[in-house]
Design a protein around this ligand. Structure first.
Ligand SMILES: Cc1cc2nc3c(=O)[nH]c(=O)nc-3n(C[C@H](O)[C@H](O)[C@H](O)COP(=O)(O)OP(=O)(O)OC[C@H]3O[C@@H](n4cnc5c(N)ncnc54)[C@H](O)[C@@H]3O)c2cc1C
Ligand SMILES: *[C@@H]1O[C@H](CO)[C@@H](O)[C@H](O)[C@H]1NC(C)=O
Ligand SMILES: *[C@@H]1O[C@H](CO)[C@@H](O)[C@H](O)[C@H]1NC(C)=O
Ligand SMILES: *[C@@H]1O[C@H](CO)[C@@H](O)[C@H](O)[C@H]1NC(C)=O
Ligand SMILES: *[C@@H]1O[C@H](CO)[C@@H](O)[C@H](O)[C@H]1NC(C)=O
Ligand SMILES: *[C@@H]1O[C@H](CO)[C@@H](O)[C@H](O)[C@H]1NC(C)=O
Ligand SMILES: *[C@@H]1O[C@H](CO)[C@@H](O)[C@H](O)[C@H]1NC(C)=O
Ligand SMILES: *[C@@H]1O[C@H](CO)[C@@H](O)[C@H](O)[C@H]1NC(C)=O
Ligand SMILES: *[C@@H]1O[C@H](CO)[C@@H](O)[C@H](O)[C@H]1NC(C)=O
Length: 496
């Protein structure tokens, strides 16, 4: 009888040892949650903007406190269990915020707290921008955040905050990370601490672009900046007018001096039926950060006849940002490149590449091919109201390296490998054409790449291209100091 009890006890202990979810479950605070496969909560917690980014973990753990996160990290390290940290779930690379091991959902870290007297906004590590903008609406304050409101504050900020991390407000205020005041983090050894200009400044530097290599972030504190009403619109143009739009984008890039104005230009391929793609069209977004639109602002764009357009203002920033579009029903791959200021000839090169890949991928379930061109001002990363410009990303701030995102959206899972190879190829083709036109910054291999868009597993996307050699060396020494046991290497993502 006694030996049976011992055997049962041993079996249970063994099960716990081999089942990190059970061990974690017994070490959490009452408000924390553990969800298992096929429950509604599990399915919601693992969802991603792209279907292709989803994996099925052993369990979902939803910590409620920094102590819970410490307990989870302790168990995954002790059992060497792969894990994922999910913020807003917009990673395009499989395994960056998904896993077959333990999936950490930061859903309970979703607060936004404005301190109007200190002029700061403290935001939970699992919050989406839509929640931030909704909370700040009507307060007269905002932060330099994501353009797409469904994106998570966590991944966006830890990656640098470009494309859309290059915020609508980047011409005047720099990157999101340039406005970061403090980060609260649970280190890989379970210690809860803060990083700022005065507390662990080396870690603070590393977190500004260095992703999930240093622990789990529970809160980001940003500088609050005044927000008045704004103007904005979405305009799409016929393929025949693409050259005119390209010229307007370049003219804006060269001649606009108003830091409140911003443009994004999407060179976009769409299906034309029966496995063919139509000639690329222009999808342009115009934004003005103020209640009065200066005479003539964006007039080049308004002069070209649009196929469809919206144009509103003065409206609130929240109205402009729109609603959380939820998740897409697409699979997808992202990639990136950066160039010196654009020329019309180079934008035509990009359109030619989109056209060629439309022909190749049209009958492989592709539904959307786009290259986003972002004509930021020459001064966007250097001469603005940034709080600090000391950060792991970007490798250089002058000259400004303009980030571009490539996105291929498609439907068929059997095309995953084809799409991965195709987007790597179009990126290489575009970089080669940019190089031929003298638009690649010579000291930046591959043209520098914005990590939040880069495709995993290709030669074109080594971390050296995100940070440059000097910043990468700093990141590596900070990683060795704060994660000597490589706990965070059990989580996917860009590893320094
Ligand atoms: C539709 C769409 C629009 C986009 N628009 C923009 C844009 O406007 N500007 C822009 O710059 N980028 C944009 N992106 C890219 C986006 O910034 C990145 O995908 C970003 O990493 C997403 O962050 P997330 O928290 O939503 O993603 P997740 O997939 O949850 O996280 C991404 C990475 O960050 C890590 N991470 C997240 N939160 C934490 C945390 N609290 N602590 C530690 N690690 C964490 C994850 O482990 C993962 O490796 C867009 C992407 C999509 C799909
Ligand atoms: C979840 O449901 C699917 C089918 O709906 C089933 O194949 C699978 O075995 C289930 N998994 C668990 C862990 O219950
Ligand atoms: C945070 O998430 C909880 C559910 O987990 C939700 O009830 C609450 O409204 C969210 N808060 C914000 C500010 O989004
Ligand atoms: C700094 O911010 C203020 C207020 O938003 C703005 O008016 C000013 O133009 C900005 N300065 C620069 C250099 O963009
Ligand atoms: C991680 O686990 C190893 C044993 O595999 C242990 O030696 C080490 O102290 C742990 N590190 C942390 C930070 O918990
Ligand atoms: C910028 O403005 C100058 C002076 O008005 C003009 O000569 C030039 O053509 C403009 N650049 C573009 C690309 O339109
Ligand atoms: C697709 O092909 C079918 C038959 O080959 C034709 O009837 C149809 O019109 C085509 N559709 C388009 C959009 O070209
Ligand atoms: C479709 O697929 C074939 C063979 O895979 C390819 O040769 C062709 O170019 C593709 N595109 C179209 C539009 O048919
Ligand atoms: C914002 O949008 C809401 C709903 O669409 C509308 O009622 C409101 O008037 C708008 N406010 C501004 C300032 O644009």
């Amino acid at each position: 009888m006694k030996s049976l009890q011992v055997a049962l006890f041993l079996a249970a202990a063994l099960r716990a040892a081999s089942d990190p979810c059970a061990t974690i479950s017994s070490s959490l605070s009452p408000d924390a949650k553990v969800y298992y496969p096929n429950s509604t909560e599990y399915t919601l917690a693992i969802e991603h903007w792209l279907l292709s980014s989803i994996q099925q973990p052993q369990c979902v753990v939803e910590p409620s406190s920094a102590q819970d996160i410490a307990a989870i990290l302790k168990t995954v390290n002790a059992t060497k269990t792969p894990f994922a940290v999910k913020g807003g779930g917009h990673a395009s690379n499989v395994g960056f915020s998904s896993t077959t091991g333990v999936h950490i959902s930061l859903a309970q870290f979703n607060h936004t707290r404005l301190d109007a007297s200190a002029k700061t906004v403290a935001i939970g590590g699992g919050t989406k921008w839509i929640s931030v903008y909704t909370t700040l609406d009507g307060t007269g304050f905002n932060v330099v955040g994501g353009r797409n409101p469904s994106v998570g504050v966590g991944g966006f900020t830890l990656g640098g905050g470009t494309f859309t991390g290059y915020s609508w407000k980047s011409n005047a205020h720099g990157l999101a990370i340039d406005n970061l005041v403090q980060v609260s983090i649970v280190l890989p050894d379970g210690t809860a601490t803060t990083a700022s200009a005065t507390s662990h400044p080396d870690l603070f530097f590393a977190l500004k672009g260095g992703f999930n290599n240093f622990g789990v972030v529970t809160e980001f504190t940003f500088r609050a900046i005044p927000q008045d009403l704004v103007f904005g619109g979405h305009l799409s143009y016929a393929a025949a007018d693409l050259a005119a739009v390209n010229a307007a984008v370049v003219a804006f890039e060269q001649n606009n001096t108003d830091t409140r104005a911003a443009v994004v230009h999407g060179i976009t391929g769409l299906p034309a039926g029966n496995g063919t793609f139509a000639a690329p069209v222009a999808a342009v977004q115009l934004f003005y950060d103020g209640p009065t639109l200066p005479e003539g602002m964006f007039s080049d764009f308004f002069a070209i006849p649009a196929v469809s357009s919206t144009w509103d203002g003065p409206i609130t920033f929240l109205n402009w940002s729109g609603t959380d579009g939820g998740v897409s029903s697409l699979r997808g791959v992202f990639h990136a490149f950066s160039t010196l200021p654009h020329t019309p000839e180079f934008l035509q090169d990009v359109a030619d590449e989109v056209s060629a890949f439309g022909n190749e991928l049209g009958n492989k379930s592709a539904v959307y091919l786009s290259v986003a061109i972002e004509p930021f001002m020459k001064t966007a990363l250097s001469n603005n109201n940034a709080t600090s410009r000391s950060s792991a990303y970007p490798p250089v701030r002058s000259p400004v390296l303009l980030p571009s995102n490539i996105f291929f959206g498609y439907l068929d899972a059997t095309e995953d490998a084809t799409m991965h190879a195709a987007i790597a190829q179009i990126q290489a083709n575009i970089v080669a054409k940019a190089q031929a036109r003298g638009l690649i910054y010579p000291e930046s291999k591959g043209g520098s790449i914005y990590s939040n868009y880069a495709l995993a597993g290709t030669d074109g996307a080594h971390v050296i291209d995100f940070y440059g050699p000097a910043h990468l060396a700093q990141l590596r020494s900070v990683r060795a100091k704060f994660d000597p046991d490589s706990v965070m290497k059990l989580a996917g993502g860009w590893k320094v």
